[in-house]
Design a protein around this ligand. Sequence first.
Ligand code: FES
Ligand code: FES
Length: 162
Amino acid sequence: MTGQNDNGFTRIQCTVNGVPRSLFIDVRKSLLELLRQDLGLTGTKEGCGVGECGACSVLVDEVLVDSCIYLAVWVDGKAIRTVEGEARDGRLSPVQQAYVEEGAVQCGFCTPGFIMASTSFVEKHQGQEVSADQIRKGHAGNLCRCTGYQNILKAVEKSLKP
Ligand code: FES
Ligand code: FES
């Protein structure tokens, strides 16, 4: 991060879905605002705006964060993954594919955040025996107002299989 100017803006470097970015940003901005307003990555959703629902979940250096309560300046020098970067070469990621196959999407508003939480969980536990309780705890920060939890659980179980 270079020095902050008089207007409260500063320059940061980061990668977003593998693409290097040099961004001049308002130091008061959240990562969610940076993604949606500055970069047009509107897949990441704003639900509560206060760190309770997980709709805004993204990965920063592979750590799941609520981007609504994470300052954009904190991603300086870091790698961000959002839902837009998960499909590759026109193919859904294994987690996304499992969500489709298990019907784990209803209105879809919570889905991008859940996909990132599931991706983080699956990448940490791939090939391991995990219980339904562990999967539930791994998604404790994400809320679905359509109450589609059972199918999400099944999708994660499917993604964990080799
Ligand atoms: S919008 Fe960020 S946790 Fe709800
Ligand atoms: S699918 Fe509607 S809020 Fe989760």
